[in-house]
Design a protein around this ligand. Structure first.
Ligand code: A3P
Length: 293
């Protein structure tokens, strides 16, 4: 596999970003949404691929079942702001989608979402995951993914996460920003990774109802099977093994898929410091997370 130099982080309008998500900025900001577009917005590692897979099954599982075994999830659900001049433009990939609705992935904080999505009143599915599991998953991801900055050691990464010095900036601002937006904009369905783990069937029902869909019992069964961790891990079209920039020998993309795995990495001292800082950063929000279920 060809090795790319790791990108550096810089402050981009108050949010830490890398060139891969800012180089195509004007085109992204001027993106023309369609009213039936569906946005999947997340902070990295919150369960984006999981919910992308669920949405793809909900919309196309019956009409085009072959998609599940023939088109990688990152092509079925393009990553809007991702841009490599010599390789890939997420925005162009969205423009080239021929399916309806278009499913569009983004990690942008709420203030950066292209205006057209709001103007078109698009439906947005936001997925959030508790900070501790999110940071652990992000650490392993940055180890294995060449387009991410070097994470450094675990302690360094944890502190960078706490101060928002990771790609897409502060987890705290991201989850709160989208949560606050949801209070004013009714077309956001705010989901939690922990709820998906607890009861996938219930979450598929809630999501379907938000989207105005009513899958049959058989369709639902098909979704629950396709979106199972073990099945997604085995399926080359959902496990990212087709993406050569990722080294799955360092850490697989489909790593553990659990709530509470953070306990294996946080030391007692790190946990205490993290909790204190968390209280401070999350004191002015009604948003609540579960670190275990
Ligand atoms: P872990 O690293 O904790 O295993 P994203 O898609 O936003 O990058 O998130 C990736 C995380 O979601 C990884 O977490 C991955 O294992 C988990 N994930 C993906 N599909 C899943 C599924 N079907 N069930 C549970 N977790 C899943």
């Amino acid at each position: 596999m060809e090795k790319l130099p790791r990108p550096t982080l810089f402050d981009f309008h108050g949010v830490y970003m890398t060139k891969y998500f800012t180089d195509n900025w004007d085109n992204i900001q001027n993106f023309k949404a369609r009213s039936d577009d569906i946005v999947i917005a997340t902070y990295p590692k919150a369960g984006t691929t999981w919910v992308s897979c669920i949405l793809d099954l909900l919309y196309f599982g019956q009409t085009s079942p072959e998609r599940q075994t023939s088109i990688p999830i990152n092509e079925r659900v393009p990553f809007l702001e991702f841009y490599m001049p010599e390789g890939h433009s997420g925005k162009d990939a969205v423009d080239q989608l021929s399916t309806t609705p278009r499913l569009i992935k983004t990690h942008l904080p709420v203030q950066f979402l292209p205006r057209s999505f709001w103007e078109q009143n698009c439906r947005i599915v936001y997925v959030a995951r508790n900070a501790k599991d999110n940071v652990v998953s992000y650490f392993h991801f940055d180890r294995m993914n060449q387009i991410q900055p070097e994470p450094g050691d675990w302690n360094t990464f944890l502190h960078n996460f706490m101060t928002g010095k990771v790609t897409f900036g502060s987890w705290y601002d991201h989850v709160k920003g989208w949560w606050e937006k949801k209070q004013a904009y009714s077309n956001i369905h705010y989901m939690f990774y922990e709820d998906l783990i607890e009861d996938l069937g219930r979450e598929v029902d809630r999501l379907s109802s938000f989207l105005g869909l009513s899958p049959s019992a058989e369709e639902k069964e098909n979704i629950l099977t396709g979106a199972k961790f073990d099945n997604m891990k085995k399926n080359k079209m959902t496990n990212y093994s087709t993406v050569l920039l990722m080294d799955h020998k360092v850490s697989p993309f489909m790593r553990k898929g659990k709530v509470g795995d953070w306990k294996n990495l946080f030391t007692e001292a790190q946990n205490k410091e993290f909790d204190q800082d968390y209280k401070q950063k999350m004191k002015n929000t009604t948003l609540q997370f579960r670190n275990e279920i």
